[in-house]
Design a protein around this ligand. Structure first.
Ligand code: ADP
Ligand code: MG
Length: 461
């Protein structure tokens, strides 16, 4: 019928606009490489901030003792106690507590957010048995993973540049994250020393390096997306400090803010961006990461409902609610293996209150998920390939192995996304170079990595 013809036409057009043929991915990777150079050359030289992290020594594997970590990522907030056992024992024990961040704190005041964090940390510590208490005169030490752009001024201080991922706390912009946290800790009388302030990508590199010395980069695919990698200190023209002894510096790229004319953007992406809390910013993040993938699919479905009565004569009211279709639900829809797409039907019913969908309709919904996930995964692979190019690891060199550590709920749980990323990276590298590059899931890198960096920057060393 005419209706189906129009449905197919809209889907086809969307698919066309989202296409990421290998040539386009190479252009994206080249643009990433160019922007990395520009961001390292001068402050503000690129959309990529290429932030200096003050991490010039990564874990050797010898780190030992009891350290704490706070992980403020986007969706959840975690407190961790990590027992490190050095080379023989590795990470001996991790205990952690997780709470979701009340939405009103994401757009409230700085003080409210940090008081909340401090109170959760105090609660976590107060339940500890006597034998875990530090000896008299010694403070507990903490690594703070704060996964938003920060201009660091030392390993344990740095000012918030801007918020992302649905956060918007205006009075915190420009403030020192560690100062804010320390104020809140003092207020409730919790005696703890913040030994390291780290981005989750940097934590991921540190965590993975603790177990594997071939690790050269870390990528987060969670609520948002970002990457960090190990750069030669002399390849950072904007760094005017002393060259570190190691000759290396970890760079937090803030690649979520990458943008290029080669990125395949659609009308739905432009509308999502325009209506977001941070229009014009984090464009790469908005087409790749977990916060947004489901929302893009929702927008295409809404267009189908409005323009061609895809779900019947009326537009299902729930379909108009921004972010109602979450990426975990999208991945369940996408990966439904039942012959009648039962999961798809149930999700449409439960989330959008759309009943009696035909198999034909369900297949369209799955196809939209496939288009959106594939584009995100392939562009993520292009970004990784861009990093490898920048540091000359994209081709075979005396058999040297390089490992990229990945972390985040999207990579961990969305199997189709993950396998698309992996196969695309192989495709970009070619068979021979692909042999020397490893992708490794670094579980809990953002938490454990912060504890490791607290250990290597302890005030008692
Ligand atoms: P954060 O990025 O907030 O620190 P995580 O790394 O745990 O936290 O990532 C959480 C994000 O991962 C969620 O916001 C969601 O977008 C995505 N995610 C979680 N589970 C799934 C899933 N099953 N399928 C797809 N995406 C998922
Ligand atoms: Mg996280």
């Amino acid at each position: 019928s005419g209706k189906w013809g129009r449905v197919v036409a809209i889907v086809k057009e969307f698919e066309e606009q989202c296409r990421t043929p290998i040539g386009k991915l190479r252009q994206v990777a080249d643009a990433m490489d160019v922007e990395m150079h520009a961001g390292l050359a001068s402050e503000g030289g690129s959309k990529l901030k290429m932030l200096i992290t003050y991490v010039d020594n990564l874990p050797s594997g010898d780190e030992k003792g009891l350290f704490y970590a706070l992980d403020l990522g986007g969706t959840n907030f975690r407190t961790l106690r990590v027992h490190l056992g050095g080379k023989e024992k590795g990470v001996v024990k991790i205990e952690s507590d997780e709470v979701s961040i009340p939405p009103h704190l994401m757009t409230g005041s700085s003080q409210e957010l940090f008081d909340f964090i401090a109170s959760k940390l105090a609660k976590f510590v107060s339940s500890e048995p006597e034998e875990l208490h530090p000896p008299p005169g010694r403070q507990r030490e903490l690594g703070f993973t704060f996964s938003f752009p920060v201009r660091q001024t030392s390993i344990a201080s740095g000012n918030i540049i801007k918020w992302t991922k649905g956060f918007n706390i205006e009075d915190a912009v420009g403030e020192d994250v560690v100062g804010e946290l320390t104020k809140s800790l003092e207020k409730i009388g919790l005696d703890m020393h913040v030994a390291a302030l780290v981005n989750d990508t940097v934590g991921t590199v540190a965590r993975a390096r603790f177990s594997n010395q071939d690790v050269i980069a870390g990528v987060i695919l969670g609520t948002g997306t970002n990457a960090a990698y190990v750069e030669c200190a002399h390849a950072i023209p904007k760094w005017h400090g002393l060259l570190p002894k190691s000759g290396e510096m970890v760079i937090n790229m803030e690649w979520g803010n990458f943008r290029s004319s080669h990125l395949p953007l659609t009308e739905y992406d432009h509308a999502l961006d325009a209506e977001s809390l941070n229009p014009g910013e984090q464009i790469f993040e908005k087409i790749i990461s977990g916060m947004y993938l489901g929302e893009i699919v929702r927008r295409v479905l809404l267009k189908l409902a409005e323009e061609v009565d895809f779900f019947g004569d009326t537009v299902p009211p729930k379909l108009r609610i921004p972010f109602v279709l979450r990426t975990p639900d999208m991945s369940a829809i996408h990966q439904d293996t039942s012959s009648d797409l039962k999961v798809v039907g149930n999700k449409l019913k439960d989330i959008l209150e759309i009943n009696n969908t035909s198999l034909k309709m369900r297949k369209i919904v799955v196809e939209l998920c496939d288009i959106v996930a594939n584009r995100g995964a392939r562009l993520s692979a292009a970004g990784i390939f861009g990093i490898l190019k920048k540091i000359g690891r994209d081709t075979v060199k005396d058999g040297k192995k390089s490992v990229v550590a990945l972390d985040g709920g999207l990579f961990e749980h969305y199997t189709k996304f993950r396998s698309s990323l992996e196969s695309t990276l192989k495709e970009l590298l070619g068979d021979e170079a692909a042999e020397t590059i490893g992708i490794e899931q670094s579980n809990d890198g953002s938490g454990i990595g912060a504890a490791l960096l607290a250990a290597s920057h302890s005030q008692y060393l």
